[in-house]
Design a protein around this ligand. Structure first.
Ligand SMILES: [Zn+2]
Length: 98
């Protein structure tokens, strides 16, 4: 479990010293990374955990644009309106019969 709430990456969480140093290179998994940090004063060590914040693509053509989402929304709205119109049509036809 991460203790991020209580953690300041600039000071040793045990003694408050600013003399801390990363003692291992970061290791990466699919969407998080971690590295070991050591305090030079009290010699305790701990793991710093990092989570993936996002990605920056050089070729942004694969990203959905606002226009695409608008089109999608518009066609979903259109489908709903068509459904309502169908129901109204059925309703009116029933009224005509009666
Ligand atoms: Zn310390």
């Amino acid at each position: 479990m991460s203790d991020k709430k209580f953690y300041n990456p600039e000071v040793c969480p045990y003694c408050g010293s600013y003399s801390i140093a990363g003692i291992s290179h970061a290791e990466y998994d699919a969407d998080y990374a971690w590295r070991e940090v050591e305090c030079i004063v009290c010699e305790k060590s701990w793991k710093e955990l990092f989570t993936l914040a996002g990605a920056e693509l050089e070729d942004k053509s694969v990203l959905p644009t606002k226009d695409h989402s608008k089109t999608k929304l518009a066609s979903a709205t259109e489908a709903r309106i068509r459904g309502i119109l169908e129901q109204l049509k059925d309703f009116c036809e029933e009224e005509d019969d009666g």
